[in-house]
Design a protein. Structure first.
Ligand code: HGY
Ligand code: MN
Ligand code: MN
Length: 410
């Protein structure tokens, strides 16, 4: 972003926040972000958060589950909370998550410039590990806070190097003794509003810069383990092979067909191959299915079909198959009165559903009055270095968020 500092103080505040965060965790070769929970880039993002909060005189705290909070006013019940996450998927874009946090700080700057004096506390939150890129479960920070993810299960989650979350937190100097449902933090949230880059082209089609979320499709993650027999790539006869890659490939193709017939989504975006040698039949293949659909019955049906296809492929290739559900998020409907009030406040902003998951969805499911704002994404591309939002739309989003915060907090 490049906005002349003097021309518009709101733009200048957004610009300096955005440009100071931009280099952290960016891979020079791909241009994508690798900000994985509790690794160096994530720790630097957390330092950035602390620095931005402190430079604004906001009190910073890290809650029992590693989520960061910055308070304008005393922490307490009825707070208007806004924010998002700072971690990314592998080679993710700059906007998914960080836009919500940069806009939150910039919105506070705008409110102060306008002389707004909130009668309720306002907080900016950065939830831990929203993408689940490291430990496999999405929204770990918010799910721990609401109790949807249990303490024992969370601590035992492992990354690809075999490190548990418990070991990781200890290494990062975080005491995990009190990890788990956090009624005190939850009780302080009067309303939560998350601003996010749109992950689709709904706002492009409607020619609007800002929209309001209606609902999130039900979605989940399943691990598919295929176990075969390692052997020589050249000397093993076709009839002697027990190749888990073949069974996996059959499952991937079946997933495409099963999703297409239901207008649903099925993606195998991550795979581990053991031992991963060019001239050896693998002994094991593990693939993770991300599946989403308009309603839970369709999603359940879709996953059952893909599971059946995996079993059939496994039998045909004499390969063992095990399917494990790792997370499941039911359909989320955002608070209708809050949603409609915000849409009216924002010049009848359009209402949009999404198939992307968010911490806002976790909070809404836990009964917190929650809303989301979307900022136009000209290509709709997300979870990729190509993810983008125009400067003018980011500023419109910040301005919209500031209006919403003022409306709710004053
Ligand atoms: O994967 C998701 O839906 C979200 O972007 N974390
Ligand atoms: Mn994401
Ligand atoms: Mn996100």
């Amino acid at each position: 972003m490049n906005v002349p500092a003097q021309s518009d103080p709101g733009a200048s505040s957004f610009d300096s926040l955005w440009t100071s965060l931009l280099p952290i965790g960016r891979n020079g070769a791909t241009g994508g972000y690798r900000r994985f929970a509790w690794q160096d880039a994530d720790m630097q993002c957390r330092e950035w958060f602390r620095g931005q909060a402190e430079s604004r005189g906001l009190d910073v705290e890290r809650d029992r589950n590693g989520n960061l909070w910055a308070w304008w006013g005393s922490p307490g019940p009825g707070a208007i909370v806004t924010g998002s996450h700072l971690d990314s998927v592998p080679d993710g874009g700059a906007y998914d998550g960080p836009l919500g946090i940069v806009s939150a700080f910039a919105a506070i700057d705008l409110l102060r410039l306008r002389g707004v004096r909130p009668s309720r506390p306002i907080a900016v939150v950065a939830f831990s590990d929203e993408e689940g890129a490291r430990f496999g479960v999405a929204c770990i920070g918010s799910r721990l806070m609401t109790g949807e993810l249990g303490r024992e299960r969370a601590l035992a989650l492992r990354d690809d190097d075999g490190l548990t979350l418990a070991e990781t937190l200890t290494k990062a100097g975080v005491d995990h003794g009190a990890l788990g449902r956090d009624d005190e933090s939850l009780a302080r949230i009067g309303t939560f509003v998350e601003l996010h880059v749109e992950q689709g082209r709904g706002l492009v089609d409607l020619d609007r810069s800002v929209g309001v979320a209606t609902s999130i499709w039900p979605h989940g993650r399943w691990r598919f383990d295929f176990t075969g027999e390692a052997n020589h790539a050249g000397t093993t006869l076709p009839q002697d092979r027990r190749d888990p890659m073949q069974a996996f490939a059959g499952t991937v193709l079946a997933a495409r067909t099963a999703a297409a017939s239901r207008d649903a989504r099925a993606t195998f975006g991550r795979v581990l191959i053991d031992p991963n040698g060019t001239n050896a039949i693998p002994s094991a293949v593990t693939g993770w299915l991300d599946a989403r659909a308009r309603d839970e019955a369709t999603l359940d049906d879709l996953v059952a079909d893909i599971g059946a296809a995996a079993t059939a492929s496994g039998e045909a290739d004499r390969v063992g198959v095990a399917v494990t559900s790792e997370s499941y998020t039911p359909v989320t409907t955002f608070d209708p009165a809050l949603r409609d009030g915000i849409a009216t406040l924002l010049d009848r902003a359009p209402l949009l559903p999404t198939a992307a998951g968010h911490d806002a969805g976790v909070l809404a499911t836990a009964g917190v009055p929650t809303a989301m704002l979307f900022v136009r994404n000209p290509t709709g591309v997300s979870h990729s270095p190509e993810e983008h939002a125009e400067d003018v739309d980011c500023l419109a989003g910040t301005d919209a968020l500031a209006s919403v915060l003022a409306d709710l907090a004053c």
